[in-house]
Design a protein around this ligand. Structure first.
Ligand code: ARG
Length: 253
């Protein structure tokens, strides 16, 4: 029994070591691309009832159409998404990942699909700037650039981590923390969907380029994505989708 389980473990290990990421040509021949996202970051990727939707979900569908493939969606915890690329569990991730030097060592990013940044959200209008977070308790989603950047602020009293960004928001709404740091457009949508919660948006803590990711070194897929992205940005598809979700065009400029 022990020997058998060892053999299974060894085989799995060999399989994951030698399986290569699928090139764009292979994906195209197969006719479908496996794309993973979280499904918990409205309005970028979220569930409306049983249906996965959002700006990134619709944009990925538009990109896939240009690339001539169908998407098979996977939805997983945010902090599992990039690891799954390394293990070839899916071909691409689109989940508002900011391009950072650390991430760029582990995966390959295409060109950015939008530009944004982390903002301070509070119920106290006196807390607006990064300095105002001194001696405050701040909620952020685990594994995000919000966590990373809030941790850099010297005088913050405590940073509370939540596996889901929506739980970090709830912590603020229910008064368990002083501030929530999240994406500017996520914050705007949260204010619109719950006007009575008394939330206000303060300054940016940092800004970032957000891009789809593929397995490290999968250049054929990066090139195909860049071409499709460029086409959607040139033919009005991107602008229409962006205006639908944000009333403005959020591409990097
Ligand atoms: N932009 C942030 C980052 O790069 C947060 C992304 C959160 N995405 C999500 N689907 N919850 O870490």
């Amino acid at each position: 029994m022990k020997l058998l389980s060892r053999l299974v473990a060894l085989t799995l290990c060999l399989v994951t070591t030698f399986v290569e990421a699928r090139t764009f040509e292979e994906i195209k021949k197969d006719g479908k691309i496996i794309v993973a996202t979280e499904g918990g970051f409205p309005p970028f990727n979220f569930f409306r009832g049983p249906t996965l939707t959002g700006f990134e979900v619709e944009l990925a569908e538009a990109l896939a159409k240009k690339m001539g493939v169908q998407i098979e969606w996977r939805s997983l915890a945010f902090d599992a998404l990039l690891a799954g690329l390394r293990q070839d569990r899916w071909d691409m991730v689109i989940a508002s990942f900011g391009v950072t030097p650390v991430r760029a060592k582990a995966v390959s990013f295409s060109n950015p699909h939008y530009c944004s940044g982390g903002v301070i959200v509070t119920k106290n209008p006196a807390i607006r700037k990064a300095e105002d977070l001194a001696d405050k308790v701040v909620a952020v989603q685990t594994g995000t650039t919000y966590l990373e950047n809030v941790q850099k602020l010297a005088k913050v009293k405590d940073v509370k981590n939540f596996p889901k960004d929506t739980d970090a928001r709830t912590a603020l709404v229910s008064g368990r923390v002083d501030a929530w740091v999240t994406d500017k457009f996520v914050a705007k949508a949260a204010l619109e969907s719950a006007p009575s919660a008394g939330l206000t948006i303060g300054d940016f803590v940092f800004i970032e380029h957000i891009a789809p990711a593929v397995k490290k070194g999968n250049t054929s897929l990066v090139e195909a994505l860049n071409k499709a992205l460029q086409e959607t940005m040139a033919d009005g598809t991107y602008e229409a989708l962006s205006k639908k979700y944000f009333n403005e065009d959020i591409r990097c400029r």
